[in-house]
Design a protein. Structure first.
Length: 219
């Protein structure tokens, strides 16, 4: 790993861990103050896509610094490419649909850290710190699978407790047809982002292959 990639990975790890820990502490305080028990508060906290995806980023960075075998999944180039598209979706969704929620203080700081800072740092790290070229379009359905499973789990939990992490997935207020359409549109949007990521990966892979300079036009 190059020096710049190592610095970005270290920065991403620190920002991600600090933001997640602070978000966990203030969220648990808010949930318990509102009358939730600890299991219910934990269940709510870990249903947020932002939280789960940022945990994955932390594990990807950690896998760069330690050789633990259980982190092998997070060294997968497919997983790392998938997370570029996922984090773009996270940042875009929050920016266009969830802004103006009246957050302040540490909640606002964590909001910006987890929705803007960590996606940007990860994208920059992915550009310079990952081997490029092996991502394939035919693997996109597999790369989509974790998000599809997330939707199913959120809907199943919501049917049980009557609570949903995001307004677009709230069956109580929107009904199942509308929510399923929203989930489909989000999945299609994520698939499109993954296609773009695969294309970028292919271009970067070609540029970095031995002898690629010989194929570049010269002025």
């Amino acid at each position: 790993m190059s020096t710049s990639a190592r610095l970005l990975a270290g920065l991403g790890l620190i920002v991600g861990v600090v933001a997640l820990v602070v978000q966990f502490v203030i969220s648990m305080q808010a949930y318990t103050a509102a009358g939730r028990d600890v299991p219910g508060a934990l269940g709510t906290f870990f249903t947020y896509y932002t939280i789960l995806t940022n945990i994955v980023l932390v594990l990807i960075y950690l896998a760069e610094f330690v050789g633990w075998r259980w982190l092998d999944l997070f060294r997968s180039l497919d997983v790392r490419g998938m997370m570029v598209a996922v984090m773009i979706l996270v940042a875009s969704f929050v920016h266009f649909f969830l802004r103006g929620l009246g957050l302040s203080g540490w909640f606002l700081a964590c909001d910006y850290a987890l929705h803007y800072a960590t996606p940007l740092i990860y994208f920059l790290w992915w550009l310079v710190g990952v081997r490029h070229g092996p991502l394939l379009l035919r693997r996109i359905p597999l790369m989509l699978a974790p998000t599809v499973v997330y939707f199913l789990v959120v809907l199943a939990r919501g049917a049980w407790v009557g609570e949903y992490p995001y307004p677009v997935l709230n069956v109580v207020s929107l009904g199942y047809p509308h929510v399923l359409l929203n989930a489909l549109l989000l999945a299609v949007g994520l698939a499109a982002l993954m296609m773009i990521v695969v294309a970028i990966d292919e271009v970067l892979g070609r540029l970095r292959r031995p002898g690629s300079e010989e194929n570049m036009p010269r002025g």
